[in-house]
Structures are given as C-alpha cells and as structure tokens.
Design a protein around this ligand. Structure first.
Ligand SMILES: *Cc1c(COP(=O)(O)O)cnc(C)c1O
Length: 428
C-alpha cells in the first residue's frame, strides 16, 4: 500500500518513507491511499481471536507487502505484552480499557509498536529518538523504546515542571534512555529539539528520528485494539475521548476495513472545535483551555485533517458516521462520582467524557451496543478522581515501582551546543 499526503501536493510514498518522514514534504500528514476491507472470513475469525492474533492479522492487512506476517506477529507480541480488557459496565455498555501498559495510558499502544516498527526498518543502524515533552509523551516514548536494540532516546523536559510520576517514568529507566532536565520551559525544550532536526551537520553524524503523535507509526497500531470490539458483534456505537484525534482516526480506519460500527462519538472537553464543526460546519481552531482531562486540552487537533481527508472533506458523509459531544469540568467530575456510586466503576476524567458522550449516542440509537474507550488509569488523575468519589485511589504497582526506583537526569542549560554534545555522546 502507498501513503498519500492530506494536502495532496506531494507524491505518494511507500510505508517506510512515511514512517521515517513525520510529515509529507507539502506539510500534510500521510494517510492510506486506499483501504481494502478485510475478507468476511477473516473478520469472523477475529471475533474469537486473542490480542496478539488480532494485531498480527490487522497489522499485516494494513502493511501487506511491507512486513511479513510472521515478523508482524513477533513485533506485536513483544509490543503489546499487557492486557486490553473489554469490560461490561451496564447491560448495553462496555468499556475498552486501554490503560494497562507501562505508563498507564493508551499512548503506550502506539508508542510501543512504533518503537519496534522503526527498529524493524533500520537494519541495525543506530537510531536516536529525540523528543521534547511536557510530561506524558516523553514517558510513553521512553518506556516504549526502553531495551529496544540499536535505539537510544534523548528526552528533554522542563526541570521541575513535570509531575513526580512522569519524571520517574523517564528518569528511572537508564540503559538506552537519557532523560534531560532542561533549565527552562517546555517551549525551550521544543526549540532545542527543532534546532537539532534542522541541523544537517548533526544529522550527518547521527540518525535522528522524531517520535511525535502525528507519525503513522504511532497512529496505525491503534487500529488493532478496535478489532477487540468485533467480539461484541454489531451494530456498535463507539465513543472516543479525543484531543489530537489520532485515536478516532484509527477507529474510522478500523470501520473502513470492516469493523461493524454504526456511529462514532467524538467526545471532548470544552476544547470542542470538532463537535462544533460537526454541528455548525464551521471549523475554528483556537488556543486550548485547561481542563481536568488535560491530555485532551487541544485547540487545534492535528489529526483532524486526516479524518477530513478520509471523507474527501464531505461533511454530510462524515456526519453520517460521526457525532460530537463536549462536556465541561463540573459535569465530568460529577459523573465520575455518580458512576462510581451507582455502578461501582471508576472512571478517569478522559474516560468519563467518553462515557458521557456514549450516553448521548445510545439515546439516538435504541438497538446498538455501546462501547467507550478508557484512555488513562484513574490513579494517574488522582487529584481529580479522589475528591470526586471521596475515597483514596491506590497506586498501581507499575507506578509505585517507578516512583521507588533511583532517578538519573542529565541537567542542561538552554544552550544548543550542549545539546549537540549530549546527542553525540554514545552514553550520557
Ligand atoms: C492523548 C490522550 C487522549 C487523546 O487522544 P488523541 O488521539 O490525541 O485524540 C485521551 N486520553 C488520554 C489519557 C491521552 O493521553
């Protein structure tokens, strides 16, 4: 399969080029030129398959000709070594829990598969992943590449401005992960990283790769877990808590290749550019607002152009498959408390938004089974969840372990030559 740019003014490329490129030369994002549906017999077989098998079948279908099926199987088994349970919450509602990976958020899925995809295509040439983070992306990327051969991660974060847990998840790994505490802001970190990617002298000496969320290597693996829903049969209404809309893009791709979803719900916090567009037809990206579901505080969602491209920018067709729903903080916090009291299910703020969106979606469709995606472990957002339910939320063992391990960060002034020195040193 070939990959085309959403802006349609650069040539189509094979997967390996799209994987390493980040964005297309015309500034657009790569998306599939054509999506073939899975054969009906394959779809039927997926209904009883385990996660590794689903990943192998769906991954091989999307990357047919790029990765042999046996290799895909090894890769998926190694990357997805944690459960993704589908749990029943009410007689009509199920939740897909995507937060059982090492950083307890769904980004682990994309990042862990991406790390192994990159390694698969490098043929032993050492790769340096350089990434600036305000917290969550950096910890997911660091955990994802930890121990992957021929890869080194240099992750820059603003000193003192990430949470204790996030710092632990980046700085306690060691090995091929170098955590760098920058004496500056997140913007300083980003500027340093941008300068490195623009530095052709440096790039002659090391193979630098970005690991940002718009990369196909992060996006495509997310198609896999949607096929866990095949177990439920159809028709399904699926509610996706959305920020940059990578997760929902993957869902729409899953539907295009055969998952029986009658409708998706784009559920957001008050950063509701997409729900507003679905309602009014007017798309107005703007500065983001801080909310309790802060991983979704995005005012200009980068993947939405992929969704528009998948629908040839036809709003009516998009509206047939996708409805929007947006919720403010007070509603979210109250719902976390109510669902815990009445159903005994503990939501995190992001999952709560998806649950709320699903209630609207099911009200409009009396026959469908509902699924919402839970993207973060409630313990990751204890400062919101505990007051909402009036109880303590215990730390899962993975978080407690990370917090207890010794940390090693390299300190860096906001000074580009020092960053170059650090990147060139094989072991910092
Ligand atoms: C990143 C993130 C989201 C948003 O996902 P997108 O693919 O950017 O829409 C939702 N919930 C959590 C917990 C996240 O970390």
């Amino acid at each position: 399969m070939r990959w085309v740019s959403t802006k349609r003014s650069s040539p189509s490329v094979p997967f390996i080029d799209a994987l390493f490129a980040g964005t297309a030369p015309d500034g657009g994002l790569y998306f599939p030129e054509r999506l073939e549906p899975l054969p009906p017999a394959t779809l039927a077989a997926l209904r009883t398959a385990d996660l590794a098998t689903i990943g192998t079948v769906v991954g091989s279908h999307l990357l047919a000709g790029d990765i042999p099926e046996a290799e895909m199987g090894r890769l998926v088994r190694d990357a997805l070594d944690f459960p993704i349970p589908l749990v029943q919450v009410t007689d009509r509602v199920w939740v897909l829990e995507l937060f059982h990976g090492p950083t307890l958020a769904f980004k682990d899925v994309g990042a862990r598969v991406q790390a192994r995809l990159l390694h698969h295509f490098t043929d032993g040439t050492p790769l340096t992943i350089l990434v600036a983070t305000s917290g969550d992306t950096g910890s997911a990327v660091a955990q994802a590449f930890h121990g992957v051969p021929d890869s080194r991660v240099v992750v820059l974060y603003p000193e003192g401005q990430v949470t204790d847990v996030q710092e632990a998840q980046m700085a306690s790994l060691g090995g091929n992960i170098t955590a760098v505490a920058v004496r500056g802001t997140f913007d300083d970190c980003q500027r340093l990283v941008k300068q490195a990617f623009a530095d052709n002298e440096l790039r002659k000496k090391v193979w630098l790769t970005p690991a940002n969320s718009i990369n196909l290597g992060r996006l495509l693996p997310q198609v896999i877990y949607y096929f866990i829903l095949a177990r439920l049969g159809g028709p399904l209404v699926v509610s996706v808590p959305s920020g940059n809309f990578g997760n929902l893009t993957a869902g729409l791709i899953a539907r295009r290749i055969g998952l029986p979803v009658s409708r998706f719900i784009a559920a957001t916090n008050v950063n509701d550019v997409v729900p507003e567009y679905l309602r009014s037809g007017i798309y107005t990206p703007r500065a983001s607002v801080r909310t309790v579901a802060n991983a979704m505080d995005v005012g200009s969602p980068s993947n939405f152009e992929r969704i528009r491209a998948l629908y040839d920018d036809d709003l009516d067709r998009l509206r047939a498959d996708l409805a929007g729903a947006a919720f403010d903080d007070a509603t979210v916090v109250a719902e976390i408390g109510r669902v815990y009291r009445e159903r005994g299910y503990l939501l995190d703020p992001h999952g709560a938004i998806a649950w709320l969106g699903l209630q609207q979606g099911l009200a409009a469709d009396a026959r469908a089974t509902g699924v919402f995606l839970a993207t973060a472990h409630p313990a990751k957002f204890r400062e919101v969840v505990e007051p909402a339910i009036g109880e303590a939320v215990p730390l899962p063992a993975t978080l407690a372990d990370a917090l207890a391990r010794p940390r090693h960060s390299v300190r860096l002034q906001v000074d580009y030559p020092s960053l170059v020195e650090l990147v060139l040193k094989p072991e910092a």
